[in-house]
Design a protein around this ligand. Structure first.
Ligand code: AHM
Ligand code: MG
Length: 338
């Protein structure tokens, strides 16, 4: 790989090769990356910047917002509203869509984001991140929430930025997955890995084990078998990791394989899961699939789900292909039981 390929150069060259990044989309990705740089800066300052702790507000999901949730949301909106590349935005932290104000030109794209994923890790100095997904605005009338209700397979770009020991931006526009590391001296994202692949097999799973008693039967069976290790039907030992920041767990899986699960559970039986389809599960599913992995809700490919609501939740199993397929089989066998 050539040295020092900036995100800008990567995007320009990619457009030349296969036409996959028209100029409005390139501007959009660059602006999101710039916003992530600014969020990374705020995250790094921590207590010195007065950004830790809770705000006195709740978001649409009924969760207490952290100061950084709000800061990151504002940074993304302010960075993206004026460039003419977007028609509207939607965020985990806002109940309604944010339509680009009249004083700015409207573009052809829609941006969705979880501005600060892993909020419970902010104050304990553990990796957190920003997740984003880009859709094309359907032709026609003024932009509305209904325009956002497209399946994940309609995404034109998706990615995340993880604020960890390094700040890394991970991106797909449908031609594989590329990773860019923030060079703080240059102030730019530099390409550090292309053609990211998730190994088909793994011996590592990620799930919040404290919810075990609430799980459904297929999840229990799968994890039980992993825990039996070399003595059980799997005939091999498994390791476990759970960071409680989806960005960090997915980043590990893109780096060395594994399977990530946040299944439906009995704590809130009327909700399909904890994670949100539009700005968490869909972008992560596309990245994982683009890297050769798989992603399902147990019954259906996540990116085939037709969304009914902006803040819809979903059960998530994603990562190394053979493990995801095994779990899908367990779901199939379970629902086939009388
Ligand atoms: P958030 O977007 O409000 O931070 O919530 C999503 C996070 C995911 O990043 C992570 O996988 C999960 O919630 C952790 O949940 P739990 O604390 O139940 O283990
Ligand atoms: Mg989140």
């Amino acid at each position: 790989m050539a040295n020092n390929i900036s995100l800008t150069r990567y995007l320009v060259e990619q457009q030349r090769v296969d036409g996959s990044i028209p100029s409005q989309l390139r501007l959009l990705i660059e602006v999101v990356a710039r916003a992530c740089k600014s969020i990374s800066h705020a995250v790094n300052k921590g207590a010195l910047g007065g950004v830790l702790g809770a705000a006195q507000t709740e978001n649409v999901q009924g969760e207490i917002q952290k100061k950084l949730d709000i800061i990151a949301n504002e940074v993304l909106i302010e960075a993206n509203e004026w460039g003419g590349h977007l028609a509207a935005m939607a965020s985990e932290e806002m109940e309604d869509i944010y339509v680009v104000p009249n004083r700015y030109p409207q573009g052809e794209y829609l941006l969705l984001f979880d501005p600060l994923d892993g909020s419970s890790n902010i104050d304990v100095n553990v990796s957190i991140g920003t997740i984003f997904s880009v859709l094309r605005k359907p032709e026609g009338a003024a932009v509305s929430e209904a325009d956002f209700l497209q399946s994940g397979s309609q995404q034109v770009a998706a990615g995340y930025c993880v604020y960890g020991p390094q700040t890394t931006l991970v991106l797909t526009v449908g031609r594989g997955v590329a990773m860019f590391t923030l060079d703080r001296e240059q102030g730019s994202f530099v390409l550090t890995q292309e053609h990211v692949t998730v190994p088909e097999d793994t011996q590592e799973f990620a799930i919040n084990m404290s919810n075990m008693r609430h799980w459904d039967a297929p999840t229990r069976r799968y994890i039980d078998e992993c825990l039996q290790g070399a003595d059980g039907v799997r005939g091999k030992n498994f390791n476990m990791r759970w960071i409680a920041s989806m960005v960090a767990d997915v980043h590990r899986i893109l780096t060395r394989g594994g399977v990530f699960m946040y299944p439906w559970d009995k704590r809130e039986p009327n909700k399909p899961g904890k994670l949100r389809l539009m700005y968490e599960a869909n972008p992560m599913s596309w990245l994982i699939e683009q890297a050769g992995g798989a992603s399902t809700n147990g019954h259906q490919r996540i990116m085939d789900i037709a969304p009914a609501q902006l803040h819809q939740r979903v059960s998530v199993v994603l990562g190394s292909k053979n493990e995801v397929e095994r779990l899908t089989r367990y779901y199939g066998e379970h629902s086939a039981q009388p």
